[in-house]
Design a binder for this molecule. Structure first.
Ligand SMILES: *[C@@H]1O[C@H](CO)[C@@H](O)[C@H](O)[C@H]1NC(C)=O
Ligand SMILES: [Ca+2]
Ligand SMILES: [Zn+2]
Length: 595
């Protein structure tokens, strides 16, 4: 215990030192882990700051006497943070997963939370602490009093004007502190601002003493697709009748009932898929729940039958991702998207709303992840480089990618939707989304190169710069590439390719299960991969980096498999430069000496 205390003191000091070096001139990529430049309305750019997350994992764990005696997650995590990090904190949520319990907290000063100074503490099944992330700060200068001198009304006007949206009045605003990268703490009004037409959705932080927009959380993860010239290749077919796909373990009342309302349309407990108006869903075509619309690739996607085919496909995909990820840990308590939570924890009334052929844009798709209790919102657009145009909802990569943004944004940091905001973390968000699409489209133990988005733009090369591949010739991206890249999808390619290689190694070692989507109990490599994928999300710190996310995968392997895959994981990560001594976007290929 003593050594442990000492260790944490030094961790905390390291944070203080790190934040006091902010004035040095440093290369752009050194800000990847803590900053992000966001373009907002009127061509204005704002650089937002997320204090660096320190992250430690403890393998078999460290004793926590209070937790051992049965104290709640709230009590044990607040006590732990206070005694070991010397910081007052307030628990804002948590859940008990299959192999670990997770608690999430904000730093508290003068009774107010510091919105961007957060912590996550994970306990294993023996009630030992196995992982601690914290982006706590030690303020420099005077902390302002807790009383705003700028009224909420004035702050609201500032935020609405700066972000070209309106205050989401059913989510009450709060007064909080915000940590700045010069070490100061400012008092802010925090309020949600949304513009449905423009597809923007923010949590805005307006200085409650100067009425300046200080920072924001952007709930929308956008995909950006390169558009290629029209070619003559015919549309892919591939439609099949799928019978009773709902997984009743994950969706106990099926896909069309929330326990109160039963529908015979593309609306249910997990998702409402519509076009233009939420009442424009696709009805069943026959007796019962038969949705039989035969897509016609030779006519416009806006033709009635094609609109219906797209809504049905999207509804099927979002429900499928709900069910698959539910089996692997994205449950009600872990902040998933459902209207009725069946008294299993978390906040309900937040099924995904999916707008297909949304008129707000083209050649793209996006997903907004507000906090648990508010619906995730998916928008699918048409792709215009072909004639007829193609519908993003009909290339499974695209909705799966978008939906996975909801999974990763909710599962990292305790359901706040605020913890994949830095450039590097946002980049990994794109990577997980591609990796999930890669995973869902496997049909055997083969691990062929994986190309994202070839149908929508009618190009075999797809929408990314390289296929995901076990060949370094086909895909040369490594950890060091991150330092040369600034755009989140480009950074995401590095992470997705890394995970492609981790997947290949796990399948080569443990084989492949054809029932992995509904049976998470197998020992096969694709099952192990998805467990580690989902287990690592709530375990990693707010705004993870490649390094801390890698460490969370290794800790997840200890929690679930007693570290059986440790050397395999290190070897796969190190093969792409994320070895033991990797840091600062410099490749390192070392693996632990006992591997
Ligand atoms: C609604 O659907 C659920 C789940 O399939 C079923 O148990 C229930 O009986 C249905 N209710 C009505 C009124 O049809
Ligand atoms: Ca929820
Ligand atoms: Zn994306």
């Amino acid at each position: 215990m003593v050594a442990f205390n000492k260790f944490f003191t030094s961790v905390f000091l390291a944070i203080v030192y790190a934040s006091s070096t902010g004035a040095l001139t440093v290369p752009t990529n050194s800000k990847h882990a803590t900053h992000r430049v966001r373009a907002i309305a009127n061509d204005v750019k704002i650089e937002v700051y997320h204090p660096e997350s320190k992250y430690d994992t403890f393998g078999e764990g460290i004793d926590h006497p209070l937790r051992k005696r049965g104290a709640s997650l709230k009590e044990s995590s607040e006590a732990f943070i206070s005694s070991h990090l010397g910081v007052n904190s307030r628990y804002h949520g948590g859940f008990a997963g299959e192999v670990a319990s997770h608690a999430y907290a904000h730093q508290v000063i003068n009774g107010l939370i510091v919105s961007n100074a957060v912590s996550n503490v994970a306990f294993n099944a023996d009630d030992k602490v196995v992982a601690v992330g914290s982006s706590f700060i030690e303020p420099t200068g005077k902390v302002p009093s807790t009383t705003p001198s700028v009224s909420f009304e004035d702050a609201k006007k500032t935020a609405e004007a700066a972000l070209d949206g309106t205050y989401v009045s059913d989510i009450p605003s709060t007064v909080e502190y915000l940590a700045k990268d010069n070490g100061e703490v400012v008092l802010v009004h925090a309020l949600q601002i949304r513009n449905e037409e423009a597809g923007t959705w923010y949590n805005a932080f307006v200085n409650a003493n100067t009425n300046k927009l200080e920072s924001l959380t952007d709930y929308v993860a956008k995909a950006t697709y390169r558009v290629l010239p029209i070619t003559k290749e015919t549309l892919l077919e591939g439609f099949e009748d799928v019978v009773d796909p709902a997984d009743l373990e994950a969706s106990p009342l099926g896909w069309h009932s929330d326990g109160t309302t039963n529908t015979t349309a593309t609306a249910g407990n997990n998702v409402l898929t519509y076009k233009t108006s939420t009442s424009n869903t696709s009805p069943a075509t026959g007796d019962g729940l038969v949705f039989e619309y035969v897509q016609n690739p030779s006519v416009a996607p806006t033709t009635t039958v094609n609109v219906n085919a797209a809504r049905v496909n999207n509804f099927y995909l979002v429900n499928s991702i709900h069910d698959i990820t539910y089996r692997y840990g994205f449950t009600e308590a872990a902040f998933n998207f459902q209207n009725n939570n069946f008294n299993k924890g978390g906040k309900g009334n937040d099924r995904v709303t999916a707008s297909i052929q949304d008129s707000a844009g083209s050649n793209n798709a996006d997903f907004a992840t507000p906090p648990d209790g508010q619906s995730g919102h998916m928008r699918m657009y048409l792709f215009t480089s072909t004639s007829p145009n193609r519908d993003g909802a009909l290339e499974n990569d695209v909705p799966v990618h978008e939906n996975t943004h909801g999974v990763t944004n909710r599962m990292t940091g305790g359901g706040t939707g605020s913890c994949l905001q830095s450039t590097e973390a946002g980049g990994m968000g794109e990577g997980w989304s591609d990796a999930m699409a890669d995973w869902t489209e496997k049909t055997s133990s083969a691990v062929p190169d994986y190309v994202m988005g070839q149908y929508i733009i009618n190009s075999a090369a797809g929408i990314r710069t390289h296929p995901y591949s076990t060949s370094a010739t086909v895909n040369p991206l490594t950890y060091a590439s991150v330092g040369k890249l600034n755009e989140v999808h480009n950074i995401g390619e590095v992470w997705a390719n890394l995970l492609h290689n981790v997947y290949a190694a796990l399948v080569a070692e443990h084989g492949w299960s054809a029932t992995a989507k509904t049976d998470p109990t197998g020992t096969e490599g694709n099952v192990v991969f998805l467990h580690l994928f989902l287990d690592a999300l709530p375990l990693q710190p707010c705004n993870p980096t490649f390094l801390t996310a890698r460490n969370a995968w290794l800790q997840a392997d200890v929690n679930r498999y007693s570290g059986a895959n440790r050397c395999l994981l290190w070897t796969a990560f190190a093969s792409k430069g994320l070895g033991v001594n990797a840091a600062n976007h410099v490749d390192n290929h070392d693996i632990p000496s006992d591997c």
